[in-house]
Design a protein around this ligand. Structure first.
Ligand code: NAD
Length: 249
């Protein structure tokens, strides 16, 4: 049988067709999971889910809206039978410097990247408990580890570092409920979030710092998520997996 047979996986921010969330949804479905794609636009989410196959569903969900997260998870439980896996993937960047961060942009970046992880986890964890356990994997970033980034600003680094702390706290708290919580810290992955934003010169400079000598593909991150969502990682919780081509060696 397959790694995720019979499992229901909720993936936030997965409606973007060239994004990490969608690549993860496709890979999880190949391994037997039923997918619930949550994203801002419910129609786009449903269309993305339909591309994977008829068993999968899409739902409108703004992860910064606590009630909206609960409503979306309730719909998943009603239509797909429960929640076993949550991939907290939704996120946004903003390439600005410290002195240019105004209160509104601080709030926006922290809300989507960090608050959203809390809200969607709060909605999904009770559903996981009723299934006897589950696996949560959260999207952080190399920006959290090296203090910025290539494209995200300092507020993005702060939010993604916050995700590491939140995930470890949840791993500790919900270990006794058989719910594992882990993170991935990708380097530069080619998706719409950075499309067209890297000049040829910048690209050469970036590649010089990557031992594997290429930018990441969304499937590179999906593979790490599959490991963390599956029984292959059954004794791993509170961990962080770098998916960065060796950028931090
Ligand atoms: P992407 O822009 O293709 O995907 C982000 C998705 O999140 C989009 O579908 C968007 O609609 C959705 N989203 C945004 N705000 C939302 C909200 N409030 N509620 C629900 N959904 C929302 O980009 P991606 O590169 O696939 O990004 C996925 C995640 O990976 C993000 O958290 C990003 O910060 C993180 N990340 C990306 C890279 C990279 O280099 N691409 C590196 C490290 C981490």
């Amino acid at each position: 049988s397959s790694l995720l047979d019979g499992k229901v996986a909720v993936i936030s921010g997965a409606a973007s067709l060239r994004g990490i969330g969608m690549a993860t949804a496709r890979l999880f479905a190949e391994h037997g999971a039923t997918i619930a794609i949550l994203d801002l636009d419910g129609k786009a989410a449903a269309e993305a889910a339909a591309l994977i196959g008829p068993a999968h569903r899409g739902y409108a969900c703004n992860v910064t809206d606590r009630a909206g997260c609960q409503t979306a998870v309730d719909q998943v439980v009603a239509e797909l039978g429960g929640v076993d896996i949550l991939i907290n993937n939704a996120g946004i960047t903003q390439p600005v410097k410290t002195l240019d961060i105004d209160p509104a942009s601080w709030d926006r970046i922290l809300d989507v990247n960090l608050r959203g992880v809390l809200y969607l986890s709060q909605a999904a964890i009770p559903a996981m408990k009723t299934r006897g356990g589950g696996a949560i994997a959260c999207m952080s970033s190399v920006s959290a580890q090296r203090g910025g980034g290539i494209l995200g600003g300092p507020h993005y680094s702060a939010a993604k570092a916050g995700v590491l702390g939140l995930a470890k706290a949840m791993a500790r708290e919900f270990g006794p409920d058989n719910i594992r919580v882990n993170c991935v810290t990708p380097g530069l992955i080619q998706t719409d979030i950075n499309a067209g934003k890297i000049s040829d010169d910048k690209r050469v400079e970036i590649l010089a710092g990557i031992p594997l000598n290429r930018l990441g593909d969304p499937r590179d991150v999906a593979g790490a998520f599959l490991f963390l969502a599956s029984p292959l990682s059954s004794y791993i919780t509170g961990a962080v997996i770098d998916v960065n081509g060796g950028m931090l060696i």
